[in-house]
Write a protein that binds this ligand. Structure first.
Ligand code: GDP
Length: 140
C-alpha cells in the first residue's frame, strides 16, 4: 500500500465537484485516510508550489490556489502515486484522456481540478504539509 496526496483544487470546490471527485477516487480503489477543507494563504500556496517559483505561471498559480477553499485528501492504494497520476490525466485537460478526472472536471491548464503527488518521496512531504500523522486514519 502506498500513500499519496490529492488536492481538489479551488475550481473543483467552487463548482460543487468535491463529492463527485471523491466518489471517483474511492471507485478507483483509494481509501481516504485524511480529508480537510482549507483556504490557503498566498504564503502557504507559494510554499507548496515553491518548485515552480521560477516558472512564468507561478504568480497566477498561487492566485488560483488561494482563490477559494480547496480539499486536501490523504489517499492510500496499491501503487497509489502512479495510479492517481494516471486517473488524473494530463496537466492540460485538452490533452487528457477520456474518463480522466481532468478530462471530466478541469477547465484549462491552470484550473485543472486536481493535484496529485508525483513521487512517493514528494507524497510524504506533501502529506506532511497538510496532515500530522495523528490526523491520518490508520489502515483497519
Ligand atoms: P501537474 O503535476 O500535472 O499538476 O503539473 P505541474 O507540476 O507541471 O504544474 C503544477 C500546476 O501548475 C498544474 O497542475 C497547473 O495548475 C499549473 N500549470 C502547469 N503548467 C501551466 C502553464 O503552462 N500555465 C499555467 N497558467 N498554469 C500551469
Amino acid at each position: 500500500m502506498e500513500q499519496t496526496l490529492a488536492i481538489l483544487k479551488p475550481d473543483s470546490y467552487a463548482a460543487g465537484n468535491t463529492g463527485r471527485i471523491l466518489a471517483h477516487l474511492e471507485a478507483e480503489g483509494f481509501t481516504i485516510r485524511g480529508l480537510r477543507i482549507v483556504h490557503l494563504t498566498q504564503e502557504q500556496a507559494g510554499a507548496f508550489y515553491a518548485v515552480h517559483a521560477e516558472r512564468p505561471f507561478y504568480g497566477s498559480l498561487v492566485d488560483f490556489m488561494t482563490s477559494g477553499p480547496c480539499v486536501p485528501v490523504a489517499l492510500e492504494r496499491e501503487n497509489g502515486v502512479k495510479h492517481l497520476r494516471q486517473i488524473m490525466g494530463a496537466t492540460n485537460p485538452a490533452e487528457a484522456a477520456e474518463g480522466t478526472i481532468r478530462k471530466q472536471f478541469a477547465t484549462n491548464i491552470e484550473n485543472n481540478a486536481i493535484h496529485g503527488s508525483d513521487s512517493a518521496e514528494n507524497a510524504q512531504i506533501e502529506l506532511a504539509f497538510f496532515f500530522s500523522s495523528s490526523d491520518l486514519i490508520a489502515a483497519q
